[in-house]
Design a binder for this molecule. Structure first.
Ligand code: NAD
Length: 438
């Protein structure tokens, strides 16, 4: 994931733009988000006035987070919270801890959250937060102190009615527990609804931890049905074996798919006859990585993406499949568990190859959907059974898949532009009805 910004290609003809977003950039997620917005807005024939109102973040907060490290010295971390939209409700989005977090990345992720919440038709807008740090080289005490100081720095703009954080890359239920505690101590009473993805004992929802992967699974089921591809025996490759990727892999494996390769940031493991995903998850939980898994061979990351398979699940970071490697992808379906893993240039190449892409703002929307269920349960102080959560999630994901597929087939646009048209169209409608203040 590079952060260099380059200029965008001049606008092409309408037909081109309707099929795909066109951009030469492959390396700046925010450019990609804006490019995809323009393509969908053109296809929707949105007025310039509406575009002005919904395209850009409503609020961007950049904060310094000084933390006393274990060696006794203070280290300052740079951190962000971006609220892209509150048009349809409180803004909502995860918190990322990663060395490559930049303001542009957080703006892109916040923008995608807005369209994603609208695609699955939940009453939230989009937000995202991030701290530029290397959590793998920090102690638990340092992580806790950083999380609490970051929470207090963004505290004026978050809250259950305002903006609700959740986990993202390298943050987890424990991170959310520290955030909830810091916020609650400042207010003077327990406010579980300020974050989602919390531990169950603090008002978390059953099914939230596995919600993103489960949502990916439901959309893959729908895509297989649409394409007439049996899931039983389908060959699957998963890049990124964290929360989203490992659960998607497990559910696909339990449905009879053959997971032939997976990777994390340290290794790629491959077995053409299939990996035992349950055992792999067990090993990853114990050791923290997938490398050295018995009955597997180590391969290079570039080989992993070009393995012959039916379903490729990018579940790590942005820009995984780009103009330089998309032609080597030989999957029938690319299911975007990660946000922004396929660049606009790669979209063109995959379309030419006939690859069916389930776009991120649809594919990984299961996480925010169950976050919404968690927030509803917290607000009502009434908690649901796990099966109830799964049933509701399946209904939302499969209905949303059908809605996007209908636009894709009726309007002859890519699945990505179709999903953006659905999400952006709903936000545009809401802003039009609300009007402009003052
Ligand atoms: P996570 O921290 O649980 O896992 C990330 C995984 O990616 C780790 O296994 C890590 O080793 C691996 N990874 C990092 N860099 C890699 C690389 N270059 N190659 C291969 N693997 C690499 O994070 P997560 O929550 O699973 O998030 C993964 C993606 O899913 C992100 O794009 C995130 O925004 C998206 N997402 C997550 C959620 C959620 O609820 N957690 C919801 C929607 C979308």
């Amino acid at each position: 994931m590079a952060i260099k910004r380059t200029s965008r290609e001049p606008a092409r003809g309408m037909e081109d733009r309707k099929m795909f977003a066109t951009a030469t950039v492959q390396d700046n997620a925010y450019d990609v988000a804006l490019t995809n917005f323009d393509a969908a807005a053109d296809a929707l024939e949105l007025s310039q006035d509406i575009r002005e109102m919904i395209k850009y973040p409503e609020r961007v907060l950049m904060v310094s987070v000084p933390v006393r490290m274990d060696n006794g010295h203070i280290h300052r971390f740079e951190a962000y919270r971006v609220q892209h939209s509150s048009v349809r409700g409180p803004s909502k989005g995860g918190i990322r801890y990663h060395p490559q977090v930049t303001l542009d990345e957080v703006k892109a992720l916040a923008t995608w959250m807005t369209w994603k919440c609208a695609v699955v038709n939940i009453p939230f807008g989009g937000a995202k937060g991030g701290v530029t740090c290397d959590p793998k080289h920090m102690s638990i005490g340092e992580l806790e102190r950083m999380t609490r100081r970051y929470t207090s720095a963004i505290l004026p703009i978050i809250g259950p009615e305002q903006d609700i954080p959740a986990p993202d890359v390298y943050t987890n239920p424990q991170t959310m527990a520290w955030m909830m505690d810091t916020y609650s101590m400042t207010k003077g009473y327990a406010i579980p609804g300020v974050v989602t993805g919390k531990p169950i004992s603090l008002g978390g929802s059953l099914g939230r931890n596995e919600a993103t992967g489960r949502g990916v699974f439901y959309t893959v089921q729908s895509a297989c049905e649409h394409l007439g591809l049996p899931l039983q025996g389908a060959r699957v490759v998963v890049q990124g074996f964290g929360n989203a990727g490992s659960i998607a892999a497990q559910l696909l494996y339990e449905s009879g798919a053959i997971v032939i390769a997976v990777s994390d940031s340290s290794a790629c493991v491959y077995n053409p006859k299939g990996l035992n995903v349950r055992e792999l998850i067990h090993m990853k939980t114990l050791t923290g990585h997938v490398g050295g898994f018995p009955d597997s061979e180590a391969i290079e990351p570039s080989e992993l993406l070009s393995l012959r398979c039916d379903i490729l699940v990018p579940a790590a970071l942005e820009n995984t499949v780009h103009g330089g490697n998309a032609s080597s992808v030989s999957a029938k379906i690319v299911a975007e568990a990660a946000n922004g893993p396929v660049t606009p240039a790669a979209d063109h190449i995959l379309e030419d190859k006939g690859v069916f892409v389930i776009p991120d703002i649809l594919c990984n929307a299961g996480g925010v959907t169950v976050s919404y269920f968690e927030w509803v349960q917290d607000e009502q102080h009434l908690f649901w059974e796990a099966q109830d959560v799964y049933n509701r999630l399946e209904r939302v994901m499969k209905t949303s898949f059908r809605d996007v597929l209908k636009i894709h087939t009726d309007r002859k646009v890519s699945m990505r532009i179709a999903a953006n048209m659905l999400g952006i169209g709903r936000v545009a409608e809401a802003v039009q009805i609300r009007g402009i203040y003052p």
